[in-house]
Ligand binder design. Sequence first.
Ligand code: PLP
Length: 228
Amino acid sequence: MPIKENLLQIKSQLPNHVTLVAVSKTKPVEDLMEAYHAGQRIFGENKIQEMTEKWQQMPKDIEWHMIGHVQSNKVKYMVPYVKLIHGVDSLKLLKEINRQAVRWRKNVDCLLQIHIAEEETKFGLDENELEELLNSEEFKKMTNINVIGLMGMATFTDNQEQIKREFDYLKSLFNKYKSLKTDTSDSELAKQNCQLNTLSMGMSGDYQLAIDCGSTMVRIGSSIFGSR
Ligand SMILES: *Cc1c(COP(=O)(O)O)cnc(C)c1O
């Protein structure tokens, strides 16, 4: 099925409170433009260079989301135009994002990635690390970061029970830390830099289950653009 039909069909299934990130990694600009003309404005990429090239060529009312693993030394190339970084998994990375955001005089929205899958290869924080990060003085001092939620990827398996358990766990962490609000300690700029309202979980194979488990943002690639 062509991209437009795929996109509209998926959108018709999403509840209003769920945001669709069209994952366009490896796909050519023409494919992204087809989705754009069908109304899609949020695209997810996992490589900074590819995102930069597409950003340059495409309309400027697009929100670009970085969904892949980010290396600290590359953050500077993306901060000028990225809207949301999904895969933040260390204080060190958050510090670098804040540092670059200060340089560019902007605020960058981030999601903290939580390790919920059984595969060791997937990235993310465990609950202790999450708690430590949120309670650290360094985090509280960050003026140009907004941590707006959590992100996770379930195990690659057909076992729906297991996927559901992993999504339920992520949702429970989200609920637990949702009420936590961290103020930046800089009184001039006093603002909350942590207010969780976004739960990014669900991909082509598991987004319906993710929504049932409380997802507010799904990242869908192959069901829109075809297999990679
Ligand atoms: C590639 C990717 C997706 C989309 O995967 P599909 O199965 O093609 O929908 C979602 N999230 C992340 C982090 C990805 O890397």
